[in-house]
Design a protein around this ligand. Structure first.
Ligand code: FAD
Length: 470
């Protein structure tokens, strides 16, 4: 009886899983495996919030596998050693996984493929986490895209996402199960009780992801275009952590959204606006694949010498703790701490504030997000921060600086979001809520920086770089 190993990574689902399908087609039995090897990710090993999610997602995957007559074998250690040991223990003849596109992981996977091929086993990787392969799309000059709009135009012209494949009902188990460590022994859950509240917001795992998609289609897609910028509303999909961990595939979302809009002209613009955001996810992965230095360094060399503030640890701490004195920034940072997620509009505001008002390197913000977001994703996070700092692919122009007071008034006019996350401002409304320093009796941090004067230094520095770089 032949056995194929399916190595689950960030494709923690049974539906539309190319590796799983290929394994089923290539052998009599399937061995589902997860390998915990944080050393392989080096500096970009999952942060604390992501580990919380991963714990629960692995637990959900194991439950789903058991319902199909199988189970998840968990190993901990060097990936190559563990795979070799599993091949030896089971006599597996095939190994399948779905591709990821982070630079470090791609290098590791390429060398794994080469060494495992030598053992005589069939090793195959599959497309599964994106709608397009990053080598697939190029500019007319054969270069990778650096600007979203032309990327998206070519994407819509050339990429036809195939229909998703249904989950197998039964998974034939191998004759002997190799040893597995317990999920608890991976110690993924934070030692502090900080993340306990996350479970009130999220249901990690494939069933939770499908439920979230269904609820978005029913509840909010028809308001997506007009509502997605308002952080007090629930008009976005909240699918980002599910997508990051591959609990549903982008193809499933694509076809569900398209299917929902068919014959309902009223939803067409919202469906297109939503798919465009999925397009940004595709673009971010395309950029990371083609410019692998960008998680740590600006995409454009001329930004390397930007004169960041020195000795900024206290200001950074105030930003991290949501104590900057600017309500919209502090509400966002507290939402992040409480839920592991932050609304996209507010991510842009807090990022602009860190980089352009405080002049703290964007990498510090990216690091904090990496540890605290349940959807922390190297491609999306890198793109979001470089966009905000003005130094990356298709970045906001350097002179676009979000005014935290105007943004607050515009996108949270009634203060609903501010009141939700800043109970100490419960008695304020109107102008004063967006700028509480005008109310001396309120117990709220004083602004740590002058929001009107502080961008000037950033602007002057950006202008110098631009002049020198042109
Ligand atoms: P929806 O509005 O419902 O969008 C649907 C999906 O499209 C999202 O789940 C996401 O996969 C994708 N998407 C939406 N906006 C973007 C975008 N701007 N760039 C790339 N993909 C996008 N997103 C992450 O998934 N992980 C991150 O680590 C991350 N870090 C960010 C850091 C900064 C500074 C900024 C400005 C943005 C960041 N984003 C990140 C992008 C965006 O904020 C989130 O994807 C979005 O808020 C997730 O909520 P949602 O699923 O409800 O989004």
């Amino acid at each position: 009886m032949s056995t194929a190993i399916v190595w689950f990574r960030r494709d923690l689902r049974l539906t539309d899983n190319s590796a799983l399908r290929a394994a089923l087609a290539s052998a009599d039995s399937v061995l589902p495996v997860y390998i915990h090897d944080p050393a392989a990710d080096r500096e970009w090993a999952p942060g604390a919030a992501s580990r919380w999610w991963l714990h629960h997602s692995l637990s959900a995957l194991d439950a789903a596998l058991r319902a199909s007559g199988s189970r998840l074998v968990i190993r901990s250690g060097d990936t190559a050693d563990e795979l070799r040991a599993l091949i030896a223990a089971t006599g597996a003849t095939q190994l399948h996984w779905n591709r990821l596109y982070e630079p470090r992981i791609m290098q590791r996977d390429a060398s794994l493929k080469a060494t495992l091929h030598e053992t005589g086993i069939g090793v195959e990787s599959h497309a599964g986490c994106l709608l397009h392969e990053p080598v697939q799309l190029q500019t007319g000059n054969g270069q990778p895209f650096r600007v979203f709009t032309p990327f998206w135009k070519v994407f819509l012209r050339d990429v036809v996402p195939a229909a998703p494949v249904v989950a197998p009902r039964k998974l034939p188990a191998p004759q002997n199960w190799p040893g597995s460590v317990s999920l608890q022994s991976l110690r993924l859950l934070p030692a502090q009780d900080w993340a306990d509240g996350f479970s009130g917001w999220w249901t990690p795992g494939e069933a939770g992801a499908l439920q979230q998609l269904r609820s978005f289609l029913k509840r909010a897609i028809g308001r997506y275009q007009s509502g997605r910028d308002y952080p007090s509303r629930t008009d976005v999909s909240y699918l980002s952590p599910h997508l990051h961990f591959g609990e549903l595939s982008p193809r499933q979302i694509w076809h569900a959204v398209r299917g929902f809009a068919v014959g309902r002209a009223v939803f067409e613009a919202d469906a297109q606006a939503y798919l465009r955001e999925l397009g940004w996810r595709e673009f971010a992965h395309h950029v990371l694949f083609n410019f692998p230095h960008t998680p740590n360094e600006p995409m454009y060399e001329k930004f390397r010498d930007f004169p960041w503030r020195k000795n900024y640890s206290e200001l950074l701490r105030a930003w991290q703790q949501g104590c900057t004195g600017y309500p919209i920034v502090d509400a966002g940072m507290r939402e992040l701490w409480a839920t592991g997620w932050m609304h996209n509009r507010v991510r842009m505001i807090v990022a602009s504030f860190l980089v352009k008002n405080l002049r703290i390197p964007w990498q510090e913000g990216a690091r904090w997000f990496w540890g605290t977001l349940v959807d922390a994703d190297l491609a999306n996070n890198t793109m979001g921060w470089q966009w905000s700092a003005g130094c990356g692919a298709d970045a906001a122009p350097y002179f676009r600086i979000f005014n935290p007071v105007l943004q607050s008034k515009k996108f949270d006019p009634d203060g609903e979001y501010l009141h939700r996350w800043l109970p100490e401002l419960a008695n304020l409304d109107g102008e004063a809520l967006h700028a509480p320093w005008t109310h001396s009796t309120i117990d709220f941090p004083k602004p740590i920086v002058d929001y009107k004067a502080s961008p000037e230094q950033a602007l002057a520095a950006y202008a110098r770089i631009k002049v020198n770089g042109d």
